[in-house]
Design a protein around this ligand. Structure first.
Ligand SMILES: [Fe+2]
Length: 164
């Protein structure tokens, strides 16, 4: 794809997030099948549904600007996925794995928050209001999810330290 102007960059970054959301859907699925913590699994399953909706919001965003998603990788999500698999391979205790998975999920959210903040700003500067609103919807969900994950991480950490 050509990368010559800010609009090309926007399409590139939007495509990367579209790839990312689909990869996050698969990652959440894998984490839910691996960790042994009902509350965490519920939280991640809820966010998985949101993630699927976020991918659809991005599809709508492409439509709004008269573009289609390009084949752009999302190596940040790949790296977090790889980190999770490596950790699972080290045979951690279930509680330790749940704590690690929670921190990993929060890393994903913060990556997405940064990426969506950048995209919202670019959509605003380009005057793409509908697209900006769709991106803001996704951004808000990521921020709320990060907050929930962090509150639960705190709770889980306290319990783990109390029984250690
Ligand atoms: Fe997301």
């Amino acid at each position: 794809m050509k990368l010559e102007n800010p609009r090309d960059l926007f399409v590139f970054e939007l495509s990367s997030m579209y790839t990312g959301e689909k990869k996050i859907d698969a990652l959440l699925d894998e984490v839910c099948q691996t960790v042994d913590d009902d509350q965490l699994v519920r939280m991640l399953r809820d966010h998985q549904k949101e993630t699927q909706q976020q991918a659809r919001n991005l599809e709508q965003c492409f439509q709004q600007i008269g573009e289609s998603p390009r084949e752009v990788p999302c190596p940040v999500v790949d790296a977090i996925h790889q980190e999770f698999r490596q950790f699972v391979g080290m045979n951690p205790a279930p509680q330790v794995l749940a704590m690690f998975a929670l921190a990993g999920a929060d890393k994903v959210e913060h990556f997405e928050i940064a990426a969506y903040r950048g995209l919202v700003n670019k959509a605003m500067l380009m005057g793409e209001t509908m697209c900006m609103q769709l991106l803001e919807t996704n951004l808000l969900q990521e921020e709320e999810t990060a907050g929930k994950l962090e509150r639960y991480a705190n709770e889980m950490g306290r319990k783990a330290l109390a029984t250690a």
